[in-house]
Design a protein around this ligand. Structure first.
Ligand code: NDP
Length: 261
């Protein structure tokens, strides 16, 4: 496959963290990549570090803003000529009690975590169809599968994103675009550093059967699989990449420690 016909992936929030690892997975597997991110400084630093202008396009874009998404889609199509994969990864977290979560914070979280994937998928699907279809992966969270304190906005946005995934898979599957979600457990990124205290970290070690955080590469591997031909019949699914956290259910640490003795 020549460089100009090689597949193209758009990764939102691709300047750092999980999004950057996903972008690196695509580059390693022969794709060209467009990184869309709202953090201009980090985005430019990442673009410079990747140092591959023929295969990497960095676009400053806030995915919660319809006009910016339209513009980024046009720029990406014009630069690369096609789009085959979209990873809706950009996300923000506000962890606060219900009574202290302002309406503005609620709207900010829903704006990026839910409106963003709606807008980006709506804008990019017609471009994917010009070359026969594609694959979308929405980055949800274990917080979209299990409720928890302090996550009224974040958890609700991710649960809604999981349902949006199924809506999109149902409608877009008929025209050749598969849509799936990955629900990561805790991963040590800038976002986690912001909201995970030492006590929260210890709690996660207690309740996750693998007794550790995931790595950005482990999340990227799952995303890459879902975008690959190996997952050609997988559509509308939610893959928890969480060390068994979701499966554990009533996985009380005391009971678990007893079980292995
Ligand atoms: P990071 O905060 O490290 O990176 C997210 C990137 O997305 C940042 O560069 C951020 O820029 C950018 N971004 C935020 N809002 C927007 C927006 N509206 N438009 C475009 N870019 C935006 O996060 P992670 O890598 O940790 O998280 C990636 C995804 O994984 C998120 O959806 C998150 O909810 C999900 N996730 C993460 C987990 C974890 O433990 N880390 C666990 C479960 C899910 P800026 O600095 O401007 O905000």
């Amino acid at each position: 496959m020549t460089a100009s016909s090689s597949p193209v992936a758009v990764v939102t929030g691709g300047a750092r963290g999980i999004g950057l690892a996903v972008a690196q997975w695509f580059l390693t597997h022969g794709h060209r990549v467009a990184l869309w991110d709202a953090d201009a400084v980090t985005l430019r630093a990442t673009e410079a570090a990747l140092d591959d202008p023929s295969r990497v396009l960095a676009i400053h874009c806030d995915v919660s803003q319809p006009a910016q998404v339209t513009d980024a889609t046009e720029q990406t199509e014009s630069y690369f000529g096609r789009i085959d994969a979209l990873v809706n990864n950009a996300g923000v977290a506000v962890f606060k009690p219900i009574g202290q979560t302002s309406f503005e914070e609620w709207q900010t979280v829903l704006g990026t975590n839910l409106n963003g994937p709606f807008l980006c998928t709506q804008a990019i699907a017609p471009v994917m169809l010009k070359t026969g279809g594609g694959s979308v992966v929405n980055i949800a969270s274990i917080s979209g599968l299990r409720a928890s304190t302090l996550r009224v906005a974040y958890g609700t946005s991710k649960a809604a994103l999981i349902h949006l995934t199924k809506q999109q898979a149902t409608e877009l599957g008929t025209v050749g675009i598969r849509v799936n979600a990955v629900a990561p457990g805790p991963v040590d990124t800038e976002m986690a550093k912001l909201v995970h205290s030492a006590a929260i970290r210890a709690d996660y070690h207690d309740v996750i059967p693998l007794e550790r955080y995931g790595t950005v590469q482990e999340i990227a591997n799952a995303v890459g699989f879902l975008c690959s031909a190996a997952a050609s019949y997988v559509n509308g699914q939610v893959l928890a990449v969480d060390g068994g956290f979701d499966a554990a259910g009533v996985g009380l640490p005391t009971l678990r420690k007893t079980a292995v003795q």
